[in-house]
Design a protein around this ligand. Structure first.
Ligand code: KG4
Ligand code: ZN
Length: 322
């Protein structure tokens, strides 16, 4: 069994996954409510909360799997990218647990974890495939050659991430934080053609979402308070439609340009119902493993060489990919 730990942002998560990739337990404790009043994640608040939650969350994951530390063969932990203070809580916990039992430890890249969420149920995706990773912190187009190879970067965002665009839009619409799921739900009651929002045309396979956010800001301002109330669902639907169009156009272009027809979508935004509908032939990560979780970290650890005791004791975290 692999015990996975994930603390890169505002979710404290632990999971037990077998070496074959079967999830025995997956516990995610979200701090979203704690950060909601600030409209986004406050790093120092996140670190302190991880510190309080990490031990009970690991305990719950072990209990859920009907296991104890003696059954664990390997510890996997997110090393980066993410908030350094938050990552340090997970890495220190992982080191302490591994050290206590002289277990091997596998540091996992959070983005490789999202790609590995495709292995947690659903139809397996055959390599190579084009992978859209769209979350609150990243929007990447990757060409994945195989489970152990470093994915090739085809495109990324020049400004905001797709999830960030959803969150900022939700804030402008008064829907709270995080806002992706709230926009998704409200959009079902609106008309996507009601407002015409721009899709940025940047060269190559990159994305840009900052102009879209500004367009929504102006639309909200022009409507005024009362009209905004009446048109909120239309705004949500039109705004979501523009983000989904930008993502779909680029991922299809990537498949065309690389000659690799298989497409997969992972990350928090992969939970979006309109994006799922817009790419009916694509492989999507299972809904419960789209947003941050530790099962995907444990799954990814299966393809990385573990560090033996005591090699990992001086392991450090990273904020962005080295
Ligand atoms: O992967 P994730 O949990 O965290 C990062 O690694 O960043 O992604 C969180 C992001 C948030 O921006 C959230 O608003 C977005 O995923 N999200 C959604 C939906 N559910 C979560 N965006 C659009 N539609 C959804 N249903
Ligand atoms: Zn993530």
């Amino acid at each position: 069994m692999i015990l996975g730990i994930e603390t890169s942002c505002d979710e404290t998560a632990a999971a037990v996954v077998t070496l074959e990739g079967e999830v025995l337990s997956s516990v995610v404790s979200s701090q979203a409510d704690l950060h909601a009043r600030y409209g986004g994640v406050v790093p120092e608040v996140a670190s302190r909360r991880h510190l309080e939650l990490v031990a009970p969350v690991v305990r719950e994951a072990l209990d859920g799997a009907g296991a104890d530390l003696g059954d664990v063969e390997r510890i996997a932990v997110t090393q980066g990218p993410g908030l350094v203070g938050a990552l340090l809580v997970g890495v220190s916990t992982a080191k302490a647990l591994a050290w206590a039992r002289r277990l091997p430890l596998t540091p996992v890249d959070h983005l490789r974890g999202h790609v590995a969420s495709l292995e947690l149920g659903g139809e397996p995706v055959e390599s190579p495939f084009v992978c859209l990773l769209a979350s609150g912190g990243h929007t990447l187009l990757l060409l994945v050659h195989g489970k152990t190879d470093e994915p090739e970067l085809l495109g990324t965002t020049l400004d905001d991430a797709a999830g960030e665009a959803f969150d900022k839009g939700a804030r402008l619409l008064g829907l709270g934080y995080p806002g992706g799921a709230a926009i998704d739900a409200l959009a079902q009651e609106g008309h996507a053609e009601a407002f015409s929002f721009p899709v940025a045309r940047v060269p190559g396979l990159d994305f840009s979402f900052s102009g879209l956010k500004t367009a929504l800001l102006y639309a909200v301002r022009d409507l005024g308070e009362r009209e905004l109330e009446r048109r909120r669902a239309d705004l949500a639907a039109s705004y979501q439609c523009a983000i989904v169009r930008a993502l779909t156009e680029r991922v299809l272009a990537a498949a065309e340009q690389t000659g690799v027809p298989r497409i997969a979508v992972v990350g928090g935004v992969a939970a979006n119902s309109e994006l799922r509908a817009a790419l009916p032939a694509a492989h999507f990560a299972p809904l419960s493993y789209c947003t941050d979780n530790a099962a995907m970290i444990a799954a990814a650890a299966r393809h990385v060489r573990p560090l033996a005791y005591p090699e990992y004791l001086d392991l450090d975290v990273y904020a962005s990919r080295p």
